[in-house]
Design a protein around this ligand. Structure first.
Ligand code: ATP
Length: 215
């Protein structure tokens, strides 16, 4: 697919549009206006029109958008018609939880291979996902064409594993450790620090909760 440079905020809204358009399709709706869409997904209609214009999907005045055409379009952009395999490194508490959760119920993303240095867990199947020893990391990622990896390993080893992932041509890393990892420009990192998120929430409640409640 040709590279479409879309703003990050727009990219984040795509799955929301996609989900709602599917609901419309199921309800046999043929078309939708940006105003209708706006009310349903709680995004203002000017933003919706601007978002859609990035993809060249322009609604017709007085008609709105064709639901099926839009869906086909987003499906392609979101890669929903192909399954994206993801690797998980570190099958500890958090890793296990993610394996159990797996993502395929809600999307076409799934963890298809897991890796761990612990010999007790390597070469077993956990929540339906095979766990490989770390010695097989590069070989499996390349063979299975996996380009996305989730890191749920201790912080002490996260950078060395990142380097191995880069070496195995991984393009995206979801980092669940609190450590900021270094990667070349060609690799994208998404940091998810759950402890930090929770502490931020508590901080805001403690410092601004009262004022917010009053306004
Ligand atoms: P969590 O942080 O998910 O709660 P935990 O407390 O169960 O995990 P950690 O010590 O954080 O355990 O390790 C997470 C997982 O990462 C463990 O299963 C551990 O065996 C694995 N692990 C540790 N070092 C490495 C490594 N060098 N390569 C791959 N996996 C590793």
């Amino acid at each position: 697919m040709a590279e479409t440079k879309i703003p990050r905020a727009t990219a984040k809204r795509l799955p929301i549009y996609y989900r709602y358009l599917n609901i419309l399709l199921d309800a046999d709706k043929k078309r939708v206006s940006s105003t209708e869409l706006s009310e349903a997904v709680k995004v203002d209609s000017a933003t919706i029109r601007r978002d859609f214009s990035y993809f060249g999907a322009l609604g017709k005045r007085g008609y709105g958008y064709d639901v099926e055409t839009l869906l086909a379009f987003f499906k392609k952009i979101l890669n929903q018609d192909t399954l994206t395999n993801v690797a998980l490194i570190g099958v500890g508490n958090l890793g296990h939880a993610l394996l159990n959760f797996n993502f395929h119920k809600n999307s076409n993303v799934r963890i298809s291979a897991a890796f761990d240095v612990n010999e007790a867990i390597a070469n077993t199947v956990q929540s339906g996902v095979p766990v490989y020893p770390m010695t097989e990391l590069k070989k499996q990622l390349i063979e299975q064409q996996i380009e996305i990896a989730i890191l749920t390993v201790p912080t002490t080893v996260v950078q060395e594993i990142t380097d191995d992932l880069v070496d195995a041509n991984v393009k995206g890393i979801m980092n669940f450790t609190p450590l900021r990892i270094s990667v070349p420009e060609t690799v994208r990192v998404q940091n998810v620090d759950l402890t930090n998120e929770l502490q931020t929430l508590i901080y805001f409640i403690e410092h601004y909760g009262q004022q917010l409640g009053e306004t």
